[in-house]
Design a protein around this ligand. Structure first.
Ligand code: ATP
Ligand code: MG
Length: 425
């Protein structure tokens, strides 16, 4: 029965990998809070229009990658392929323009019909940060600094590189666009079919093409820097100065454009060489026109999204799960006491494994396999004295401890691994 396999491009995230993902999401969430971002959760599906109108009908996402279906009420629905459009929609439908500026953090699953490979899936997960209502370069600097801080906290900053570009304002982009159309039209015969389609509608997007032939042509294309008007150039200079002031290293990449229609001014990506072709771990930019395009009040915005799977691949070994304390009844008569001891210690904050069956040695073997650090052995003799044998499984040292004093005695073992266990992502 093929239905018993996960759908191509989707995965069961087993506990060890899930811990890695959680570390990425929770680290990002905690750092984002320090920067004044508040978490938002938008629906996993939206009306297809939300994405079609904002991402543009020439984007890869809209033309090839959306999971769209008609629901039972006849509505065209799309599983979200990215966060920004949904968050902008939430901003408009929630009438939040009185509350600007707003800073949102989010983390959750995304869906794109892509060709699955390392670091590229059909269901994947993103962390996301957005600042709404701030046109000043300060927001660009802050959101990039947040990305740097998260990568640094995850221990992967040294293996990434920040690439930066500007797309300028609308008049600069119009001039640039004209130059690009002229250039690409002269190379039309060598362009991929997708890029020929983009030529009329969105030539900037050709710069983002992954087609090898396109890339050769793109390498010699005009650069936006030569088409920026003064206001756009000044704005970009302010962003660069802010980054320099904070000691954030970057490289200007004149070919860097974001794949989506609503970007303007700053565009950036944190890329790595460590993941093969799937090099972008965090990508973002400014989208000052988006909210207005969607029918909301003109509201500047800037944000980024990071791929949790790609970041988790870079972070390496997941933190170890907390080492439990094993409660081990020696004979069946002790089972009742074991139940109570386990319940009390769990309420007191300990991680307790309660062996379900088997004799003493079988239960101790299981405790060992689970990495337990301590076993509380409940034997008839000790129980008759209202106590238990507490065995340190690392040293073998054993001590008789009154049941009433167990929590106090075990205090040094409580939550020693709490740092690895910070709630669900
Ligand atoms: P790529 O160039 O790799 O296709 P993209 O430009 O489509 O990326 P964005 O839309 O900017 O990616 O998404 C932000 C981040 O989400 C990417 O930098 C990447 O880390 C991650 N990401 C995007 N698509 C996938 C996917 N299919 N599987 C896993 N992670 C992804
Ligand atoms: Mg893509």
């Amino acid at each position: 029965m093929t239905a018993l396999k996960p759908v191509r491009g989707t995965h069961d995230i087993l506990p060890a990998e899930r811990r890695r993902h959680r570390r990425v999401a929770e680290t990002a969430r905690a750092i984002a809070e320090r920067y004044g971002f508040h978490e938002i959760a938008t629906p996993i599906f939206e009306f297809s229009e939300v994405f079609r109108r904002t991402l543009g009908d020439t984007s890869d996402i809209v033309t090839k990658e959306m999971y769209t279906f008609t629901d039972r009420g006849g509505e065209a629905i799309t599983l979200r392929p990215e966060y920004t459009a949904g968050i902008a929609r939430a901003f408009i439908s929630g009438g939040m323009h009185q509350d600007l500026p707003l800073k949102f953090f989010a983390a959750g699953p995304m869906f794109r019909y892509e060709r699955p490979q390392k670091g590229r899936f059909r269901q994947f997960h993103q962390i996301d940060a957005e600042i709404l209502g701030v046109a000043e370069a300060q927001a660009d600097v802050e959101i990039i600094a947040l990305g740097v801080h998260i990568l640094s906290e995850l221990g992967v900053l040294a293996r990434t590189r920040l690439e930066l570009n500007t797309l300028g304002d609308a008049p600069s982009r119009a001039d640039y666009r004209e130059a690009l159309v002229g250039y690409f039209a002269a190379h039309r015969g060598a362009l991929s079919e997708d890029s020929i389609a983009r030529l009329e509608r969105n030539p900037l997007r050709i710069l983002d093409s992954k087609d090898r032939g396109d890339r050769e042509i793109v390498a010699a294309a005009p650069a936006i820097a030569d088409f920026l008007n003064q206001a756009s150039a000044d704005k970009f200079a302010a962003v660069r100065e802010g980054l320099e002031q904070l000691g954030i290293a970057y490289r200007i990449n004149p070919r860097l454009v974001r794949g989506l229609d609503y970007y303007a001014h700053t565009a950036f990506e944190f890329v790595t060489e460590a993941l093969g072709a799937q090099g972008a771990v965090i990508a973002g930019g400014r989208y000052d026109g988006l909210i207005e395009t969607m029918g909301g009040p003109p509201t500047p915005g800037i944000g980024w999204a990071g791929g949790i799977e790609r970041l988790a691949l870079l972070t390496g070994e997941p933190p170890a799960p907390p080492r439990p304390i094993a409660v081990v009844p020696v004979e069946p008569a002790a089972a009742e006491a074991a139940l109570t001891v386990a319940a009390e210690l769990r309420h007191a904050g300990f991680v307790i494994e309660h062996g379900y069956r088997g004799n003493l040695s079988k239960r101790l073997r299981r405790a060992d396999k689970l990495g337990a650090r301590v076993a509380i052995v409940l034997g008839e003799d000790e129980l008759s004295r209202g106590s238990a044998a507490v065995r340190d499984l690392d040293t073998g040292a054993q001590k008789e401890v009154a049941l009433a004093a167990l929590a106090e005695h075990l205090a040094p073992y409580r939550d020693a691994d709490a740092a690895n266990d910070e709630g669900a992502a």
